[in-house]
Write a protein that binds this ligand. Structure first.
Ligand code: NAP
Length: 311
């Protein structure tokens, strides 16, 4: 079991954590990056990324994250397959308990991201990136001319359904109740869109298809009479909410009502020497490029903090 000290420890390896790693390593801070349970973060469950600037012809999500990682390592970042399980930010240096022992750091960058909530179906995981997606901005473009479904009844579902009509021929919102949770304005916008229709009192119980050929239908169950039917769809977008990965923080940083880390003055958190970047503190933009940008900010903030503290 390890008990090492670092100037900077970065928790998370999505675009935010790895960009923080690149900047911290180039500032000679030799950061330790804890890769966590899903190295590379949410981009590793998408297929092609077409909106990351600098990749004119697009790049596969996992390959993009591999390039981020290699770039961070090239400058001396120490990436390890370790998951943070709890933290103690009340002591100096800060302590992080992990699956491989205790680590301490003068500055900590929390970049643990968020996860899209999923329905929990085996077929949904199997077809993720092959017809199933949790990000319309990332994947909508691949559904040009297709008939797709969006699951959810909140603002995200209305926003995603509306956005997807730019590409798809028909978008069906599948909602488990007979009334929406979304704000009136967003409901109206979706309901007035001729390309959007609604399937009420219905839940998806299976995604039919295979990774080679994509999905071709959804098995949908009525919540009123339990009857099931297969409905042809070529895409499924999940919009049932996101959850920030903040459980391991054990309430030591101030979070907002939805559990996201609150930052101020750039990437500072409620604890001195602890910074946060990427989706763990952003439920508005949630893009790889904005996460990377805030990762850069966190590394610069950490560097300035350490300088001011004379480390
Ligand atoms: P949300 O408000 O929590 O809505 C989630 C929706 O998914 C609900 O309609 C819920 O159904 C449904 N759902 C949850 N679990 C499900 C399951 N297992 N199976 C089927 N359906 C399920 O989440 P959100 O839409 O992502 O919004 C999150 C927050 O961000 C909200 O405060 C929202 O206002 C905000 N937001 C704002 C904007 C904007 O203003 N532009 C855009 C997006 C999000 P029930 O209704 O039956 O619970």
């Amino acid at each position: 079991m390890s008990n090492e000290h670092f100037k900077v420890i970065i928790i998370g390896t999505g675009p935010a954590g790895l960009t923080a790693g690149i900047y911290a390593a180039r500032a000679d801070l030799a950061p330790l990056i804890l890769e966590g349970d899903q190295p590379g973060g949410q981009l590793t469950i998408t297929t092609e990324v077409e909106n990351y600037p600098g990749f004119e012809n697009g790049i596969m999500g996992p390959e993009l994250m591999e390039q981020f990682r290699n770039q961070a390592k090239r400058f001396g970042a120490d990436c390890r397959s370790i998951t943070a399980t709890s933290v103690d930010f009340s002591t100096t240096p800060h302590r992080i308990e992990t699956t491989k022992g205790t680590f301490t750091a003068d500055a900590v960058i929390v970049a643990s991201g968020a996860r899209a909530l999923l329905l929990g179906l085996e077929s949904e995981s199997r077809l993720m990136g092959h017809g199933v997606s949790a990000c319309a901005t990332c994947d909508g473009f691949f559904f040009r001319g297709k008939k797709i479904a969006v699951v959810g009844g909140g603002d995200s579902a209305m926003e995603e359904a509306t956005f997807l009509t730019k590409f798809a021929d028909k978008v069906t919102v599948i909602h488990r109740r007979d009334s929406l949770r979304a704000s009136k304005a967003m409901q109206n916008k979706a309901m007035e869109n001729p390309k959007i229709d609604f399937m009420w009192n219905a839940v998806v119980t299976d995604v039919l298809g295979d990774p080679e050929n994509g999905m071709h239908a959804l098995r949908v169950k009525s919540t009123t009479d339990d009857s099931e039917k297969d409905v042809p769809f070529e895409g499924l977008f999940l919009a049932i909410g996101h959850k920030p990965n903040t459980e391991f923080l054990g309430g030591q940083l101030t979070l907002d009502d939805s559990g996201y880390v609150i930052t101020h003055d750039g990437t500072k958190t409620s604890k001195e020497g602890v910074f946060a970047c990427g989706d763990v503190q952003d439920h508005t933009y949630r893009q790889a490029i904005t996460a990377a940008g805030s990762g850069c900010m966190a590394a610069l903030d950490a560097e300035r903090y350490l300088e001011a503290k004379g480390h």
